[in-house]
Write a protein that binds this ligand. Sequence first.
Ligand SMILES: Nc1ncnc2c1ncn2[C@@H]1O[C@H](COP(=O)(O)OP(=O)(O)OP(=O)(O)O)[C@@H](O)[C@H]1O
Ligand SMILES: [Mg+2]
Length: 206
Amino acid sequence: MTLKYPDAKLAKTLPAASEGSVYDLCFDKEVGRWKNWLKLDSADTAPINPKTSFLDIMVTTIDTVRYACLFDLLVDHGKHVLFAGPTGTGKTVYIQAALDKKDKSKVRSIMSTFSAQTNANAVQDIIDSKLDKRRKGVFGPPVGFERAVVFVDDLNMPSLEEYGAQPPIELVRCVLGLSQILPTVSSPCVTIYRALLVTLTSTVVY
Ligand SMILES: Nc1ncnc2c1ncn2[C@@H]1O[C@H](COP(=O)(O)OP(=O)(O)OP(=O)(O)O)[C@@H](O)[C@H]1O
Ligand SMILES: [Mg+2]
């Protein structure tokens, strides 16, 4: 089979199998070649400053670069993000570091962590208190900001209610699917505008 343009052009740039699996490589549009994630310009491979406090050290690995890059792409294009992975693998530190690098004059980040005690009212409170009311029934980032990023860590934590559901997660699902928070007895239906949800959840490994 003969490849036609642009496939033929791409085929020449395909990496050798010795360069690793497809997950180790990223297509660098600037130079039109596949590159290891750690060789991208965005990978901070400079030696760690000896004066940095031990707790603040973040070692650049293929995962830190890869997930930060995917996170940036999704947030820049206005997509909600869900990162799932085994506990203790660095999800919180990677995404917090990537969020810290965002332009703070354009992106308003709102941090929140779910716990076993988090209930549906807590999710409603995040929307009411951290987002600005733009007009009647519509909440969004404060004036002057392009976007709000609501970071919800440990999404899986809320405990099950009597019937086995997790109401805070149901509300998050409403925001993801409908961009709306469904009304509670005391509040009307609210539409969410220009706000992204970045959620992290642990997966259980059996
Ligand atoms: N690349 C890294 N450089 C430095 N420390 C790291 C790195 N990756 C993970 N760690 C450390 O591993 C520990 C666990 O990371 P973290 O709390 O982010 O995991 P997690 O995936 O969010 O876990 P959980 O699902 O339980 O919330 C932290 O102390 C973090 O500092
Ligand atoms: Mg975490």
